[in-house]
Write a protein that binds this ligand. Structure first.
Ligand code: ZN
Length: 187
């Protein structure tokens, strides 16, 4: 089922996600719907906050992006990231490694806005999967960036918060134009 993606101004986007205590049928259905929603929207990541539910759950799929490579390691062995997509990350912990690099980002909740954002090049991720197993891997390239962007969402952080002042000022008129979701109009 395709879910409604909430837009900038919705309070869920600023909420810190609650930890998921049990991976039950409800969480499995939610993750499946989030994957379907992400793919339908041509996104490479989606956090639960973006469908209005502040939980520590996000999905990532970088398979469609061919011009921006991703790398992935499990137990220090390099693996093909495509084989692990779509990724479902429950209660993820993200440790950033390496020096910062700039890369273009956009966000399904902030349509029409893209900007260069500085982020550490590499991440070490520990998370729970849908089988309630602990998974651990390292990522670089677009996958690292997508995971950091989604992990920010789980803490109520948006990529506009990571823009330099000049970029942040330049995108303000675009932010002002984003129409909030009708069902969640903020006063
Ligand atoms: Zn986003």
């Amino acid at each position: 089922m395709i879910l409604e993606i909430v837009k900038y101004g919705h309070p869920a986007l600023r909420a810190r996600g609650a930890r998921i205590k049990k991976v039950d049928q409800r969480i499995r259905e939610l993750a499946a719907n989030m994957i379907e929603t992400m793919i339908a929207a041509d996104g490479c990541g989606l956090a639960a906050q973006q469908i209005g539910i502040p939980l520590r759950l996000c999905v990532v799929d970088i398979r469609e992006v061919q011009n921006r490579p991703s790398r992935m390691w499990i137990n220090s062995n390099e693996v093909d990231p495509n084989k692990f997509m779509p990724l479902v990350l429950i209660n993820p912990e993200v440790e950033t490694l390496g020096s910062e690099e700039a890369g273009t980002e956009g966000c399904l909740s902030l349509p029409g806005i893209t900007a260069e954002i500085l982020r550490p090049a590499r991440v070490k991720v520990t998370a729970t999967n849908l089988e309630e197993e602990t998974i651990q891997f390292e990522a670089a390239g677009l996958l690292s960036r997508a995971i950091q962007h989604e992990f920010d969402h789980l803490n109520g952080v948006l990529f506009i918060d990571r823009m330099d002042l000049k970029t942040r000022e330049a995108v303000q008129p675009l932010l002002d134009k984003i129409t909030p979701n009708k069902s969640h109009f903020l006063h």
